[in-house]
Design a protein around this ligand. Structure first.
Ligand SMILES: [Zn+2]
Ligand SMILES: [Zn+2]
Ligand SMILES: [Zn+2]
Length: 143
């Protein structure tokens, strides 16, 4: 796991600006999220945090994820019926998930930009591209 120290510092700075205490478990959760090149469920975040700090309980990790979400530092999304996944905010991709193999893919923001523009002009609807994945059948499962 490579740690992007700058990114961690930015997140921790935002916490400080909101007068939040920087606890060791919080530091560990932020490190895990910054180091993840992937979308992690809360359980996966917990497992990785516990590699750094075995004493951190799952409920602590859940509380920290909630706090980070309240400050818009972390976002979660749902893919099909699987557990919600978390990652740092600031990525503008959308998700599609395959109903057969249950794999979730990131889709480039261009596709969702176009969809978002059309929804806005046709229905005045503001798309939240990240929260819920579109479902369908992936290329692999179609063949
Ligand atoms: Zn949700
Ligand atoms: Zn995502
Ligand atoms: Zn598939």
């Amino acid at each position: 796991m490579t740690i992007d120290a700058t990114r961690s510092d930015q997140v921790l700075d935002t916490l400080r600006r909101h007068a939040k205490r920087i606890t060791e478990p919080k530091r560990a959760v932020v490190e895990v999220l910054v180091g993840a090149d992937d979308h992690l469920t809360a359980d996966e975040v917990t497992q990785r945090v516990q590699l750094l700090r075995p004493d951190v309980s799952p409920s602590t990790v859940y509380r920290i994820l909630e706090e980070l979400e309240d400050l818009a530092l972390v976002v979660h999304s749902h893919a099909g019926h699987a557990a919600a996944v978390y990652h740092l905010a600031g990525q503008s991709h959308g998700h599609v998930t395959c109903v057969i193999c249950h794999v979730t893919f990131e889709v480039s923001s261009d596709v969702f930009d176009r969809l978002a523009r059309e929804l806005m002009s046709s229905d005045g609807f503001e798309l939240d591209r990240h929260h819920v994945a579109l479902s369908g059948i992936c290329q692999h499962c179609r063949s």
